[in-house]
Design a protein around this ligand. Structure first.
Ligand SMILES: Nc1ncnc2c1ncn2[C@@H]1O[C@H](COP(=O)(O)OP(=O)(O)OP(=O)(O)O)[C@@H](O)[C@H]1O
Ligand SMILES: [Mg+2]
Length: 215
């Protein structure tokens, strides 16, 4: 079982959107998936309640996950995806300690990078102790019409050790639309959004050294 945490202290960076969609992508690749919602705002649980048929189990864990939870999940899941809360607190530290992969979404603005610097540094510190821990930054809600993204990519490259995934999510209304009625991009109309989430998931699987599809 592999644990993928989607974390950042910065609110609204795209954690819930990306965690729900990559969880669905992994499921469509044939893996058993459990989504853990560690945010007391309960966005992932609310999304799950709206779904006409549950895609995969979504468990709320406002206090964060423990080793004991992980042992129980091992019987159920190939992948656990953790949707993080927008705060630095114990649940974030636990997720960092227990994860195999940490994905940090950030919007392509300097303010957003500054606002999630502490999360990035916490993950970098953990990577120095745990050599098996992998991590990636992913740009979220990018807008091709601005040049901002280029500057942000350069800043990240010069200032952080965590690699930036080559795929980002574009600013697309379809992301909000599908989640608002309990679906994912894979049940929606936007080919681009499906492609973005698939590419992001594929990059994570490569970094984890896990087969792209369940045999
Ligand atoms: N790629 C995108 N294109 C357009 N809108 C997006 C995209 N990603 C996320 N959003 C929207 O941005 C808002 C914040 O996204 P989301 O809730 O996923 O962020 P979050 O990091 O989980 O927020 P929080 O920190 O409050 O938990 C939501 O309204 C969501 O629909
Ligand atoms: Mg959220």
């Amino acid at each position: 079982m592999k644990i993928i945490s989607v974390l950042s202290q910065k609110g609204g960076s795209g954690k819930s959107t990306i965690s729900i969609n990559i969880a669905r992508c992994l499921q469509l690749k044939g893996y058993n998936v459990v989504l853990i919602d560690t945010d007391p705002q309960a966005s992932a649980r609310e999304w799950n309640a709206l779904a006409s048929d549950e895609f995969f189990p979504v468990y709320g864990c406002d206090k964060g996950i423990s080793e004991k939870d992980i042992k129980q999940l091992e019987k159920l899941a190939d992948f656990v995806v953790i949707d993080g809360a927008p705060r630095i607190e114990k649940s974030m530290a636990d997720a960092i300690r227990l994860s195999n992969f940490i994905l940090i979404p950030l919007k392509p603005s300097q303010f957003d990078i500054w606002a999630c610097k502490d999360s990035i540094e916490l993950v970098q510190t953990r990577m120095q102790i745990d050599e098996r821990l992998k991590a990636g930054l992913v740009l979220s809600q990018t807008n091709k019409q601005t040049n901002l993204t280029k500057d942000v990519v350069q800043f990240i490259d010069e200032n952080f050790d965590i690699p930036l995934l080559s795929q980002s999510t574009g600013l697309r209304v379809s992301y909000a639309e599908v989640l608002s009625d309990g679906r994912t991009v894979f049940e929606g109309q936007s080919k681009e959004a499906k492609e973005e989430i698939t590419q992001i998931t594929d990059e994570i699987l490569i970094m984890l050294g896990v087969p792209n599809e369940q045999a």
